[in-house]
Design a protein around this ligand. Structure first.
Ligand code: UP5
Ligand code: MG
Length: 197
């Protein structure tokens, strides 16, 4: 990449609606979207290497994959998918060292949005998602508890740090889909972004 890419981070606890809202941002603004979790799940499936096995095990247990692995994966993915419009990355950074590694080495985020959601709401969404095709290995009661704990201990401090820097927009993600997304879209417009439709 000759110059730093334009990147927005969409953060929020497990089941807060990061993926759902990113899909709509892609339609309205034309961004290229990557979910760090989806990239890691694909990497875990792809290989039989020790690293692939390690990633799979970390995700199944609800723990955070070592930052070097995730940042390298994101760097490679952005290089392989040039975007004239920009990227939205969801579910990353989840730890302070990841945030620093990405922002120092790849690009400083152009904007950060935090989907604030109660654990009760997130749990209900995750456990009901587990019922259909979209079932994920980590959508069981035990792993969800671990994901919530990691979220409080590791991920929320990243959000707090961004809030202190005055860089983080907060959305109440407990509400109905369309109401939540209307706020998300408005934030992007406030950040100077232009809808393509
Ligand atoms: N839904 C969404 N919005 C709704 C609304 N307003 N009202 C009612 N229902 C709503 O949504 C979850 C479910 O809720 C869906 O069924 C949706 O239809 C419904 P979704 O948009 O999927 O929420 P999202 O926040 O994307 O939830 P997800 O489960 O993907 O969040 P996680 O943060 O847990 O998952 P992620 O894939 O980001 O990470 C998984 C694991 O990967 C982590 O636990 C970790 O092990 C690993 N990981 C790393 O190690 N490092 C990283 O950097 C990233 C991930
Ligand atoms: Mg997701």
């Amino acid at each position: 990449m000759s110059e730093a890419p334009k990147v927005f981070f969409i953060l929020g606890g497990p089941g807060s609606g990061k993926g759902t809202n990113c899909a709509r941002l892609v339609e309205d603004f034309g961004y290229t979207h990557f979910s760090a979790g989806d990239l890691l799940r694909a990497a875990a499936k792809e290989g039989t290497s020790e690293i692939a096995k390690k990633i799979g095990a970390m995700i199944r247990s609800g723990n955070i994959v070592p930052s070097e692995i995730t940042v390298a994966l994101l760097r490679q993915t952005l290089q392989e998918h040039p975007s004239g419009v920009g990227y939205i990355i969801d579910g990353f950074p989840r730890k302070a060292d990841q945030a620093k590694m990405f922002e120092d080495g790849i690009a400083r985020a152009a904007g950060i949005v935090y989907m604030q959601c109660s654990e009760a709401t997130m749990e209900e969404r995750l456990l009901s998602r587990g019922a259909g095709d979209a079932k994920r290995d980590d959508d069981n009661a035990e792993t969800v508890r671990r994901r919530f704990r990691v979220n409080v201990e590791e991920c929320e401090p990243v959000v707090e740090a961004y809030k202190k820097e005055g860089r983080c927009y907060v959305v109440d993600a407990n509400r109905d889909r369309d109401i939540v997304y209307a706020d998300v879209k408005e934030i992007f417009i406030q950040m100077g972004e232009k809808p393509i439709r």
